[in-house]
Design a protein around this ligand. Sequence first.
Ligand code: GLN
Length: 291
Amino acid sequence: MNVGKALSFGRRRLAGRSESFARDASLLLAFVLGEPPEFVHLHPEACVSENLFALYTTLLDRRASGEPIAYIRGFQEFMGHNFLVDRRVLVPRPETEHVVDTAVRLLTETSEASPFVGDICCGSGAIGLSIAKALPSSRVVLSDVSRGAVGLARENAKRLGLSGRAAFLVGDLVTPLLKAGFAGKFDVVTANPPYIPTGEIETLSPTVREYEPRLALDGGESGLEVIRRISTEVPAVLKPGGHLVMEIGADQGDACQDIMMEDGETWREIQVLKDYAGRQRVVVGRTRGCS
Ligand code: GLN
């Protein structure tokens, strides 16, 4: 068996089962060979041993059943770093990189020499740890209501060499941050909360619906329930003039702006930013206080 034949075999096995069947077959074959993804396109004649072909077939079958590639390989690239992922956490999406970019831009514009960042609903830690990587003088606190997620985020911090600048807390939204004494302390708080309306969960692709944690997806009946709580609760842990940078669903920009303006005293400079697909993806707000 060689790489070219194994690739054709994999594509046939996944056709009709995965929309990205060609890409999936390449990624899985490269993964079992321990090579970078481009290898399989550059070396169609390379040999694939019987054992590795058997392993490849097993992984193709997992993908054919709907399991995300990221869980099969055990990692996902995000902001140029590899994050360990498994069924305890949502797979980091490319559009979530806008949350990181926005937070880093805001922190670079402030005069704070050693910015302090909170990442709530941290999951694998992709957002908070990517910010820590981008800003070597920053310190980050990551929290999640899922103990499993926090365990994985801690592991990712270790692998990225960030253990010295990252702390981890388990608990609901800002509750653990307040308990740890971080009232009024953060320059920026980021969040990728669950924001899918409960009734829409069933319409998601099986790859998302059957495998990713519902806790990380389900935003209650309106999809805005956690977003609303974040808007109300996060000001308590921000410095005056600190920023919230939060991911939202593509059709939630207006509703989020309304939510943040409900209490006219708290948020100013509210902005909704779009992702590269032109869809509303990130909402930013700043607490009142010094400018
Ligand atoms: N963007 C994710 C999806 O569409 C949802 C992420 C979230 O709820 N925070 O599957």
